[in-house]
Design a protein around this ligand. Structure first.
Ligand SMILES: [Zn+2]
Length: 479
């Protein structure tokens, strides 16, 4: 029941259409309509993620979607990085606006001028706020629903501290939050890379990004956390008074999980040739009841099925499919949409006192006594979550490769992709031409070095320039 890897793109496009996840016919290029079958799962992911942030001391806020041109332009690297992809608002009604505005592509320049007003003394720190909602970026690359679009839904957390040490601790905490949510809760494996200096978030000191792999072996960036140092604090005057009465610039971090993109990874990681498979706690339908009707027994079977629906609805998101379609048609439909457990009930089942229970991920069938259904389904849900994560982990860990030459790298990339470890000269700005060379030769991008595991290559040469290698980098094709 695997996804054919060569046909991943085709599989993805047909699932998002057939399972009614989004509609591509909206008449603005790069914008899609997210339909209820996806929006319900996305809302559930949002709630879990927001809870995880709040448990760690963040509070929610809502900042305006529009940002003044003046704010955007304050931080030199930031404006350089984002200006090419912002949407501008230049008119209102019949008036040309005196001060142009941008639709937020990210909210540093909306939030930090306010932080400057709110933070005075040490007692105002740490300040940890997040907001949830859409951002807009004028993507010029090919767009793909949920993966890359001109509008996406995310959470952005923006934190402020008195010391560099506290800010670095926040970066590590963001990584823990990522592990808890993306891996433990959603079952999606990833590696945290420290991005090379030429590929970090515009205006940051360092960027640490969690990359997963889609079934075709190409990397997809999931949440990233950024050490901002006091780059933005200096520009927006985010300061506090220390114990001696001296003004000090604050240290800042920001963290951005894109929930709509994580949804794409969720669908891709767990799906199979029949369609969507979702972890039990995220599935729109945890239980779908399909009555097996024959002429003459309809009333009896349906009334039994309604009783089951009422009982199971107390515990699970449950639906009874009592429509006129054949059972086989209904099975396919609900498998495509990722209903976690199917309960079949016909006349013979009623007589034997057992329903047929079918688990979505493995297709396993079992006869379960009616009065044990709820208990058994709870257990199946737990088993499903663990086994989906383990299956994804097993595949992911087999996608790590190594190469010492461009030719080896090209072969590894063409033969299933994955993350290929390569010796490299440097991840400072001077290394960028080498990354360009790798891209030209192998259509692969340098994603960075593995966080927390700094291996030093010994006696190896940079894969691109042939100088002494000082660091290992990981290369992959990317979305
Ligand atoms: Zn080099």
């Amino acid at each position: 029941m695997d996804i054919p890897k060569e046909n991943f793109s085709e599989w993805y496009n047909s699932v998002i259409k057939d399972a009614e996840l989004c509609d591509l016919r909206y008449n603005l290029k790069g914008f899609v309509v997210i339909m209820p079958n996806a929006a319900d799962v996305i809302s559930r992911m949002y709630r879990l993620y927001e809870d995880a942030l709040e448990r760690r001391g963040h509070r929610k806020s809502y900042f305006p979607a529009l940002i003044s041109e003046k704010n955007l332009e304050a931080e030199k690297d930031h404006v350089e990085g984002f200006a090419p992809e912002v949407f501008w608002v230049t008119r209102a009604g019949k008036n040309e606006l005196e001060e142009k505005m941008i639709m937020r592509p990210t909210s540093e320049t909306a939030m930090y001028p306010m932080y400057s007003l709110w933070i005075n003394g040490k007692t105002d720190l740490p300040l940890r706020l997040y907001q949830s909602g859409p951002v807009w970026r004028y993507e010029t690359k090919a767009t793909k629903p949920f993966i890359r679009g001109r509008e996406f839904y995310w959470i952005e957390a923006h934190d402020v501290f008195a010391t560099e040490e506290d800010a670095l601790a926040q970066v590590r905490e963001d990584m823990e939050t990522t592990e808890e949510m993306i891996h433990q809760s959603f079952g999606i494996p990833f590696i945290f890379f420290r991005r090379p200096q030429w590929d970090k978030f515009a205006g940051s000191v360092n960027t640490y990004a969690a990359d997963t792999l889609l079934p075709d072996g190409r990397a997809l960036q999931l949440p990233s956390t950024h050490m901002l140092g006091n780059n933005f604090a200096k520009v927006f005057d985010v300061k506090y008074m220390d114990d001696e009465g001296k003004e000090e610039f604050c240290w800042q971090t920001c963290y951005g999980p894109s929930i709509s993109r994580i949804f794409a990874a969720l669908v891709s990681t767990h799906g199979d040739s029949r369609g969507m498979v979702l972890p039990f706690h995220l599935a729109n339908l945890q239980v779908v009841i399909v009555p097996i009707l024959k002429k003459g027994n309809e009333e009896k079977v349906l009334s039994h099925a309604r009783g089951l629906e009422e009982a199971l609805s107390q515990v699970f998101r449950t639906a009874l499919d009592s429509g006129d379609d054949t059972p086989g048609f209904k099975f396919n439909k609900w498998e495509l949409r990722g209903a976690a457990v199917r309960v079949e009930v016909g006349e013979r089942d009623i007589e034997s006192g057992k329903a047929v229970v079918v688990r979505r991920d493995t297709g396993e069938k079992a006869g379960v006594p009616f009065d044990e259904l709820a208990r058994r389904i709870v257990a199946i849900g737990e088993e499903m979550n663990i086994s989906l994560r383990k299956r994804a982990d097993a595949w992911f860990s087999g996608m790590g490769k190594e190469a010492d030459t461009l030719e080896e790298l090209r072969k590894a990339i063409e033969n299933g992709g994955g993350f290929v470890k390569v010796p490299f000269c440097t991840d400072s700005r001077e290394g960028e031409p080498c990354a360009e060379k790798v891209k030209e030769a192998c259509a692969a991008n340098i994603r960075g070095s593995k966080y927390g595991k700094e291996e030093i290559p010994e006696g190896k040469k940079c894969i691109a320039c042939g100088k002494e290698a000082r660091i290992y980098q990981y290369a992959s094709r990317q979305y």
